[in-house]
Design a protein around this ligand. Structure first.
Ligand code: COA
Length: 201
């Protein structure tokens, strides 16, 4: 078995310097707060967001629905899991003022879940963004940025001062988005993955 090494950046942000006024959604979209009954919805949205992306090679569980389900259970059981930094994004064909998180239970028609993010406080008191994903059909509308800001706001409300994430270096769009929101590269790390062939990517 040979190993492939993926170059990744750890990016950090000072929450005191983030412009939270940019956290705006286009019409028809709503944030849905975390509830354990939404665990499988997070997993499915994560799977639909990541299945064809580079990170599904780096973390094969992201390219598989069951893998995403296991990952969501694992994240939600972490000691530092922060529901306030964990959000779904819903797209509503009609806006009747009912919370999309509850409506899905009895009237799933017209509500599509299009983005997910989870936040955890690590053992050093830093906010750790787990997986930010927006399904392909809804990208390029500012949703990824808004969802990330919503999670960062959750960290801030929990009293945290700094946050970080890791991103695969080839994921140019994501790196650009994070820089735009105030993240900077703190260090480069390499993730070894068992794949056919050996290369540094
Ligand atoms: C990374 C990801 C979450 C970004 O989601 P997104 O919704 O497309 O993000 P945004 O729309 O906020 O920003 C992306 C781009 O759209 C642009 N944009 C923002 N608002 C826009 C609007 N109203 N109209 C058009 N474009 C817009 C942004 O400026 C940004 O452009 P840039 O690449 O030139 O900087 C998404 O591509 C994704 O899920 N990728 C797969 C999973 C993944 O790799 N996640 C990251 C793991 S670290």
């Amino acid at each position: 078995m040979s190993l492939t090494y993926f170059k990744r950046y750890r990016m950090e942000v000072d929450l005191g310097r983030v412009d939270f006024t940019q956290c705006k959604l286009p019409p028809g979209y709503k944030f849905v707060s975390y509830d354990s009954s939404l665990l499988s919805t997070h997993a499915e949205t994560k799977y639909l967001s990541f299945r064809h992306e580079i990170d599904a090679n780096v973390f094969p569980c992201l390219g598989d629905y069951d893998g995403c389900s296991r990952l969501m259970v694992e994240i939600s059981r972490k000691e530092g899991f922060l529901p306030g930094a964990t959000w779904l994004l819903a797209h509503m064909e009609r806006d009747d003022g009912i919370d999309p998180g509850s409506r899905r239970l009895y009237d799933p028609d017209g509500v599509t879940f299009v983005g997910t993010v989870q936040g955890v406080e690590d053992r050093f008191g830093l906010g750790s963004i787990q997986n930010l994903g927006v399904v392909p059909e809804h990208r390029g509308r500012g949703l990824g940025g808004a969802l990330l800001l919503k999670a960062l706001d959750g960290f801030r409300r929990a009293g945290l001062r700094r946050a970080f994430l890791e991103v695969t270096a080839q994921n140019d769009g994501a790196v650009r988005l994070y820089r735009k929101l105030g993240f900077y590269k703190a260090r480069t790390v390499y993730k070894a993955v068992e794949l056919l062939g050996t290369a540094v990517r």
